[in-house]
Design a protein around this ligand. Sequence first.
Ligand code: ADP
Length: 446
Amino acid sequence: MFNRILIANRGEIALRIIRACRELGVESVCVYSEADKDAPYLKLCDRAICIGPAAAKESYLNIARIIAAAEIADVDAIHPGYGFLSERAEFAQACRDCGIEFIGPTPEAMARLGDKVACKNAAKEAGVPIFPGSPGAIEDEEEAVKVAHKIGFPVIIKASAGGGGRGMRVCHNEMTLRANIKAASTEALAAFGNGAVFIEKYLEHAQHVEIQVIGDKHGNAIHLWERNCSVQRRHQKLIEEAPSPGLTREKIRPVCEAAVRLIKLAKYHGAATCEFLMDGKQDFYMLEVNTRVQVEHPVTEMITGVDIVKTMIRVCAGEKLPYSQDEIKVHGHAIECRINAEDPARNFMPQPGTITTWQPPGGPGVRMDTHVVTGYTVPKYYDSMVAKLIVHDDSRELCINRTARALREYKVEPIKTTVPLHLRLMENTDFRKGGVDIHFLERLLK
Ligand code: ADP
C-alpha cells in the first residue's frame, strides 16, 4: 500500500478521498487554491499545500504546480478525483514521468477509452452496443450527409474530444446538418484543441443508464451493476439512483458484461463508468466511458457495500480486486440528490456566499457527502455543488419517502439551493412511477 497520497482536487470529493486514505492507514496531502484556504476539510488531512490563486487554471488545473507539491510532500500517488485533471492523459503521463502512481488508468488506456471515436471502435470490438453512426471522425460534409441518410434523421454531431455536454448539435434534416458540420468542427477545435467530430443517431426519448466497472493490474475486472441518471438539466445530472427502475437483472446483465469486456480489452485498471442511453424497448447504446470516479459513485456503494474509492486506491497500489463478480450483491435501493448552491427559481443562478445556517439531515439510511459546515463561504470560482444527499432503503418507494423526509429536515440559509426542487421531484407522480426520460426535468421546469 502507498504511504502518502496527494489529492489533486477540492470540495466534497477531496474529503471523500481523505476519509478513504484514513481508513486505509495512508497519509493524505491536499493541495488548495487561495480561495479554499479556510476550507474545513484541509484540517482533516495530514498536510495541506497552497498551489496558487483562485482561478483553476493557476491551481487545480496547473499540472506543474501540482507535481511540484507532490515532490515537496514526497507522495507515492496522486488521486485526481473527478473533473479538473482527472481525465487528462497528459497529467497521468506527467505522474508516470515523475515516478508517482496516478490513481486511475494508464495514459494509454485513458486515451483509448476517453476519446469518443477511439472508444466507439474499442466498444465495437468488445461487443458493446453502440449508436449507428459514422465509423470514425467525419472528414467532409458530403460524407456526413451520406451517413445521415443511411442511419436516418435526426442525428447528433459530437466532438470526439467533447465533454460536459458541450458542443453537441442535433440535426433534423440535411439542411441543418450541412449548416452545422463545419461550425461544430471549428467549435470543437477551439474548445477541446481537437477538431474531430462524428455523427450518430439521435434518440428522442431515452433514459441515461450507466454501468460502474472496476479493474485491477492483473487482468481482472468486475461490474457493480447500473445507475439511472435520467433526471438532468442541460446534460447535467441532478438525481441518480440504483438500481434503474423497471430494469430486470436479466436485461441489464449482458450490458454489464459487455462493459467488463471493454475495460479488459483496454487493459484498464481503476474505476470507470460506461454510459449508455436506453430506449423505450430497453435497448442500449453506449455514449462514452468516464475514466475516473463519478460524482454519483455513492449510490452504487450503498446498494453493493463496495467502497469504490478505497478499492480504486487498492488496485492502483497493485492489489488484486478484493471481490469476485459473484460476491457483488444488490441490496435495496439508493438515491442521490445533488445539492447545488443555485436558485432554481432564477434559472439556476449560482449562489456564492456565506452559509449561516447549515442543518443537514440524518437518521437511518441517510448519508451526507459534503465539505460544508456552518459559516462556510461558497466560492464563486468553482462548481456549485455543495453536498450530495444519498439515501438508502429496502425498496424504491421507501427510498423516495425517506429522501423526502431527509429533504424536509435539511435547512440552508441564506443562500438558495436545489433542496426544494428535490423535494418537489420526490413528490412528483411521474418520478415516483419511474422511467422518466432525460428531458423530463426540462419539461417540468417550463
Ligand atoms: P459529454 O461527454 O459532453 O457529456 P455525452 O456523449 O456523454 O457527452 O452526452 C451527454 C448527453 O447528451 C447525454 O446524457 C444525452 O442527454 C445527450 N445525448 C448524447 N448523445 C445522444 C444521442 N445520440 N441521442 C440523444 N441524446 C444524446
